[in-house]
Write a protein that binds this ligand. Structure first.
Ligand SMILES: Cc1ncc(COP(=O)(O)OP(=O)(O)O)c(N)n1
Ligand code: 3NM
Ligand code: MG
Length: 208
């Protein structure tokens, strides 16, 4: 399996957002180091999710970037995405692996070492670990786990750990020092005045 990109751009489909514009700005900067995870609101229809994922994949492929679909693995299969991401409210990891097949990239959410180890044993290719810091993007999250939480999970598994939750370029160094392979962001790119510049700042923090 090719190495996993270090910057995971999670699409923001809230009112006023333009997820494709953000993807188009990030791709020429991050190129193969970019993973675009198509994440849509719960009230988004499958047809809307399919149309967005199909367009994201088409943008990603020429740059060697990875296209994943959050939650809706049937949409990932339908658009021939590189894989998907599941959490506690989605298909269990073992079932998700059966759906996507052995070659797919399959991410799983973990917040502590036990869940993380079980997810890897069940077939996860990488782990999304957080929330690292406070975030207003998603409600109902547990308390932030900080770099210490990343360190605890990274010590327990041998797959890439992707830190998520309130991540900015300024917080990347501590997360990498704690063992994160990369980071996942929503607001740091979707709310940026210049998403291309924000991508460059995140990539610089991930590669220095
Ligand atoms: C990289 C990454 N990490 C964690 C998540 C959260 O996924 P999940 O727990 O399935 O929650 P929702 O995103 O479905 O609300 C993620 N999407 N990506
Ligand atoms: C989608 C998501 N999942 C999280 C988790 O911890 O499970 S935090 C999160 C939102 C991340 O957005 P931002 O980069 O704007 O903080
Ligand atoms: Mg989910």
């Amino acid at each position: 399996m090719p190495s996993l990109g270090r910057l995971h751009l999670i699409t923001d489909t809230r009112p006023g957002c333009d997820p494709l514009a953000v993807v188009r700005a990030a791709l020429p900067v991050a190129r193969a180091d970019l993973v675009v995870q198509v994440r849509v609101d719960d009230d988004t229809t499958d047809r809307q999710a399919y149309d967005l994922a199909r367009r994201v994949r088409a943008l990603c492929v020429p740059y060697g970037a990875t296209c994943l679909v959050n939650d809706r693995l049937h949409v990932a299969l339908a658009v021939d995405a590189h894989g998907g991401h599941v959490g506690a409210d989605d298909l269990p990891v073992a079932a998700a692996r059966r759906v996507l097949g052995p070659a797919a990239v399959l991410g799983a959410t973990a917040r502590e070492p036990g869940t993380a180890a079980r997810a890897v044993a069940a077939g996860a290719s990488y782990l999304g670990v957080g929330p690292c810091h406070p975030t207003a993007t998603k409600t109902g999250l547990p308390d932030p786990i900080g770099p210490a939480g990343i360190r605890a999970v990274a010590a327990a598994v041998d797959v890439p750990v992707i830190a998520i939750g309130g991540v900015t370029a300024a917080t990347v160094p501590a997360l990498r020092a704690a063992g994160a392979h990369g980071v996942a962001v929503v607001g740091a790119l979707s709310a940026a005045a210049d998403p291309g510049r924000a991508t460059a700042e995140l990539i610089a923090a991930l590669t220095c």
